[in-house]
Design a binder for this molecule. Structure first.
Ligand code: APR
Length: 241
């Protein structure tokens, strides 16, 4: 029997489910964010062009809300993995909150957390293309700190826009021995396709989610339960194993 290849390189994809127990609404559950808002009204470039006040107010509320939340044991466990894993590790998050960073998983912009859908705590100046850190509101059309134009929008990737750093993500998927998906419904591409990319390039695939996702059949193993329990247990296994 061929020996199993040593496990060195890990890619982890996280979604709204990892932040649910921190009190941040997921998108597609009953009572979730998209139930109260039509996606097309708040999360598309067309919506922003049509009714910028509505969109800016929505994101101002979300930006304020995440600042009152704290990381949960799932974020803490990934931070522990980050500190202790000598091999390759990339945490690709679809989340625009900063709970991975606050749990200590981020070592800086070139670190091991990548926000493929942008960040609530960044603004993006559509006049000069700068991305200032931003914790306040945008509805009042503040001037860009770099160029002075009142042209700031949320630095969040809307439907119809291209996610960030896809080249880096695909390179990491190509090297991955293990791909782990945590707390994501598998409804939104390209992230929903990462499991198949990783699998076809030779990675083992593991899903940790509250319920079976749309992509469950693509995973070698699925563990169902709350992220605050499943993720620390998996990290213990990995670091002790
Ligand atoms: N622990 C683990 N998983 C959970 C938990 C929990 N405590 N609570 C909910 N989940 C799971 C749900 O079962 C669901 O499968 O997390 C998933 C959340 O799915 P979505 O709400 O669809 O969120 P996500 O997959 O991150 O959405 C992807 O869609 O709207 C866009 O840009 C937005 O980044 C977002 C993208």
């Amino acid at each position: 029997m061929a020996a199993m290849a040593p496990l060195r390189n890990i890619v982890i994809l996280t979604g709204a489910g990892i932040s649910a127990e921190s009190g941040i609404d997921t998108f597609r559950s009953a009572g979730g964010l998209w139930e109260q808002h039509r996606v097309e009204d708040v999360a598309t470039p067309e919506a922003f062009a049509r009714d910028p006040d509505l969109v800016l107010r929505f994101y101002d509320m979300r930006r304020a809300a995440i600042q009152t939340k704290a990381p949960n044991p799932a974020h803490d466990a990934l931070a522990r993995l980050d500190r202790n894993w000598d091999g390759g590790l990339l945490i690709v998050t679809q989340n625009v909150d900063d709970l991975h960073e606050r749990a200590g998983a981020l070592l800086g912009i070139s670190g091991r957390v990548l926000h493929m859908h942008g960040e609530h705590l960044n603004a993006w100046c559509t006049a000069c293309d700068s991305r200032p850190r931003w914790s306040g509101t945008l509805i009042d059309r503040p001037p860009c700190p770099t160029c002075g134009e009142a042209a700031l929008r949320p630095d969040v990737v809307w439907f119809g826009e291209v996610p960030y750093e896809m080249d880096r993500i695909h390179a990491a998927l190509g090297e991955a021995d293990l791909f782990v998906s945590i707390g994501t419904s598998g409804a939104v591409y390209p992230a929903a396709g990462f499991v198949r990319n990783a699998r076809s390039l030779g990675a083992r695939t593991l899903e940790l989610n509250l319920e079976a996702s749309q992509g469950s059949r693509w995973f070698d193993e699925t563990r169902l339960g709350p992220a605050s329990e499943l993720v620390p247990a998996w990290v213990d296994e990995l670091l002790d194993g």
